[in-house]
Design a protein. Sequence first.
Length: 295
Amino acid sequence: MAVDAEFLAHLQGGATTVCRCWEVARRDGQRFGFTDHDEDLQFEGLTFKARSGLAPGALQQSTGLSVDNAEAMGVLSDEAVTEADLLAGRFDGAEVKAWLVNWGAPAQRHLQFRGSIGDIQQGKGAFQAELRGLSDLLNQVQGRSYQKRCGAVLGDAHCGVDLGSPLRHAERAAEEVSGNQRFAFEDFTGFDTGWFTHGRLRVLSGAAEGLSARIKADRFLDGQRVIETWEALRAEVLPGDMLRLEAGCDKSAETCRYKFSNFASFRGFPHIPGEDWLLSYPVQGKNTSGGKMAR
């Protein structure tokens, strides 16, 4: 990205008034601004606070498709980054922007880095976060795969299922909670057993508000409906906290057709031959056609 002409002239003028500013935008929509200047700065509709204790580490940038890397270090602060939020994973994957700014005229600035937060280490009242550049996204699988199961995510634009329908979600207060991973309810009917398996549990209130986890099992046990997630939520859930349980999908053609009546949007290939059929060879007197692929 080209440097603004006025900012470039300032940098070439000898005596400069520059500092670094960082914006962290969490996935829950909250934005935080930090600066290593000794006074707060404002731009991009955000206040960059000087009292945050955040400091940038080494920034490695390269041409081509190599992944840019950086680090940010700071002191845990109740006003900005808290230990509870870090432990809960609220900053995982947050978007990060870093500018070099003329603090005498903040309109003169240059965006040096844009990416997301990777690994976070914390301890002794401080934290250290790895920052990954945009090219890190190129390491992720893109496009569609030829497989029997659906490649869409339930409720996304490709799927089209409305999870807001009362037939596909339930909101209830937590009753019995074990290890922030097992949730038991009395008199919870209206949905078939296993309806929420492979779905998502979202916390709507309490210390874990905004957090979610994938549902591993939904079953009735000793007269209670028990919902168990694959991983424990990283903040405490107490009885009375509101939860939202969303229907689950195992991505099979049968589930799409009969559970959601959405087979027209199915994005899998249920009739694709299996490996055994592909590796078979002709044998005299034996039917190796594979049979009907569709029923």
